[in-house]
Design a protein. Structure first.
Length: 425
C-alpha cells in the first residue's frame, strides 16, 4: 500500500509483482496524467541501503534505453522509487510471440545492447548491471530497453559479500563473489546474444564467434562493449554487401486496371508462399482498385499475410522504396505505362483479356513497354490469337485469375509455376 502522501498524487492502477521488500505498482500521476512505476522497499530489509544507493546512482543516467528514475521518497518505514513506465514486452515474450527473429533484428538488438553497456561502463559512471538476461530486456517499439537495476553496482565500490545475477546468465566470478568488472557484464551480454542466436532463422556468419569471445575468459575475451559493437557493425556491412539484389517487377494492364491489380496480388501471394521473401506491392495506378487502403487510419500502407501493400504511390515516388530490405517490389501501374528504360526493372508483365478488336491495343502497349523481358499474360479470351499476334514480340502465357479469397487452388499454383519457370524469369 502506498503512503498517504503518495496517494494524493498517484492513483494505483494495478500491482505488477512483488519485489524486494515490497510491491511494484503501476500508478498514474493525477496531475500530469502520466504513468509511473512505483517500487516500495521496506526500510528494515537488509538490502535497503544498497538499493537506495544504486537508485540514486541511476538517477543521474539519461539514456533512451534506460528507465528514468524521477524521484526517491523516504518515509518512516518504507522508501519509494518513482520510475518511468515502459510499455512493451520482455525479450522472452517477444520471441515466443514471433517464434523466430530475422538476421537484421538479431544484429540490431545486439548492437543496441552494446550501446547500453558502453554508456553504463563509461568512466564517468562506471556502472555494472550484473543481471543481463532476456527477462530484463524489454522490446518497446523495436527499441531495446534494459530494466531491473536491482543488482547494479558501481565498479569502484564493490561489496563482495553478495552474490548477484541469475544462474545460467551470470559470470563465474559472480557465483564465487569475486571481483567484478566490465567483462562480467560482457559475459551476460554473450549469454543474451546466444539466446538470440538460438531463435534466429539465418544467423550471419561470424556472429557465433562474437558470442564465444564474450563468454571466454583471458586475453581473447573482449575488453569492452565498444569492441563487440565494432565487430557487429562489420557483420552488418558484410551482410549488406552479400545481400541479394532487389527484384523490381512492373505490371501493366492492356484494358482494365482491375486486371493488373488482380495479377499483382496473385503474384505477390505466390512469391510469398513459395519463396518466403519480403514483398511489397505498390499501387501506382490512377484508378480505385486499392482505394480502400487509402482510408486506413494508419495511412496508405497496410500489411496482409506478411505482404506490404502501399496505395496511391506516384510513379516518380517508387524509387523511394529502394534499399528498404524488400526482396520483391511489385509495381501495379494499372493502365499507365511503366517507367521506360528503367535499369532497376527486373521483369515487365502486360495482363488482360485478348479478343480480335484488342489486337492493335495489345501491340501498341507491348511497344510502349519496349522490353525484351516483357511477358503477355492472357487472363481471358482467345489464347491462340494472342500467340499468333504477339508471340514474335514477347512471351505469351495464359492464366486464370479466378480464386477464392487468398487461398490459391492447386491449378492456379501450377499456372504460376509454369509462368515463372520460363526463361523470362
Amino acid at each position: 500500500m502506498l503512503h498517504r502522501e503518495l496517494l494524493k498524487k498517484y492513483k494505483v492502477l494495478k500491482v505488477l509483482h512483488h519485489g524486494l521488500g515490497g510491491d511494484v505498482c503501476l500508478a498514474e500521476h493525477m496531475g500530469l496524467s502520466g504513468r509511473r512505476v512505483i517500487k516500495t522497499m521496506d526500510c528494515t530489509h537488509p538490502w535497503h541501503d544498497i538499493l537506495v544507493k544504486e537508485a540514486r546512482m541511476l538517477q543521474q543516467c539519461r539514456h533512451p534505453s534506460i528507465p528514468i528514475i524521477y524521484d526517491i521518497l523516504e518515509f518512516d518505514t518504507h522508501t519509494y522509487l518513482i520510475e518511468e513506465f515502459i510499455e512493451g514486452e520482455t525479450l522472452t515474450q517477444y520471441i515466443q510471440r514471433r517464434r523466430s527473429l530475422s538476421d537484421s533484428l538479431l544484429l540490431n538488438y545486439s548492437t543496441q545492447l552494446c550501446d547500453i553497456l558502453q554508456y553504463l561502463h563509461h568512466p564517468a559512471r562506471n556502472i555494472l548491471h550484473l543481471d543481463l538476461k532476456p527477462d530484463n530486456i524489454l522490446i518497446s517499439d523495436h527499441r531495446v530497453k534494459l530494466v531491473d537495476f536491482g543488482s547494479a553496482i558501481c565498479r569502484d565500490e564493490q561489496n563482495n559479500q553478495y552474490v548477484f545475477g541469475t544462474p545460467g546468465y551470470c559470470a563465474p566470478e559472480q557465483e564465487t563473489a569475486g571481483e567484478m568488472s566490465a567483462a562480467t557484464d560482457l559475459y551476460g551480454l554473450g549469454k543474451c546474444m546466444e539466446y538470440l542466436l538460438y531463435h534466429t532463422r539465418k544467423v550471419p556468419k561470424g556472429y557465433r564467434t562474437i558470442v564465444d569471445n564474450c563468454l571466454r575468459r583471458g586475453q581473447k575475451q573482449y575488453q569492452n562493449a565498444e569492441q563487440v559493437r565494432c565487430d557487429l557493425e562489420k557483420l552488418k556491412v558484410r551482410r549488406r554487401t552479400e545481400r541479394p539484389k532487389e527484384h523490381w517487377i512492373y505490371v501493366s494492364a492492356a484494358l482494365s486496371e482491375a486486371d493488373s491489380s488482380l495479377f499483382s496480388g496473385m503474384l505477390a501471394y505466390y512469391l510469398r508462399k513459395k519463396y518466403r521473401k519480403k514483398i511489397i506491392c505498390l499501387d501506382c495506378s490512377s484508378g480505385q482498385a486499392m482505394e480502400g487502403l487509402r482510408q486506413k487510419e494508419d495511412g496508405f500502407v497496410t500489411e496482409q499475410e506478411d505482404i506490404t501493400f502501399a496505395a496511391g504511390v506516384a510513379p516518380e515516388e517508387i524509387r523511394g522504396f529502394r534499399g528498404r530490405g524488400y526482396d520483391y517490389i511489385i509495381c501495379d501501374f494499372g493502365n499507365r505505362v511503366p517507367v521506360g528504360t528503367d535499369p532497376y526493372a527486373f521483369r515487365r508483365f502486360l495482363v488482360g483479356p485478348m479478343v480480335p478488336w484488342l489486337k492493335e491495343q495489345w501491340k501498341h502497349r507491348i511497344r510502349e513497354m519496349a522490353g525484351e523481358k516483357t511477358a503477355a499474360v492472357i487472363t481471358a479470351g482467345d489464347f491462340s490469337l494472342a500467340k499468333k499476334e504477339l508471340g514474335n514480340q514477347c512471351y505469351v502465357h495464359g492464366i486464370s485469375p479466378m480464386y477464392k479469397g487468398y487461398r490459391f487452388p492447386v491449378r492456379l499454383h501450377r499456372q504460376m509455376k509454369r509462368l515463372l519457370g520460363k526463361k523470362i524469369w
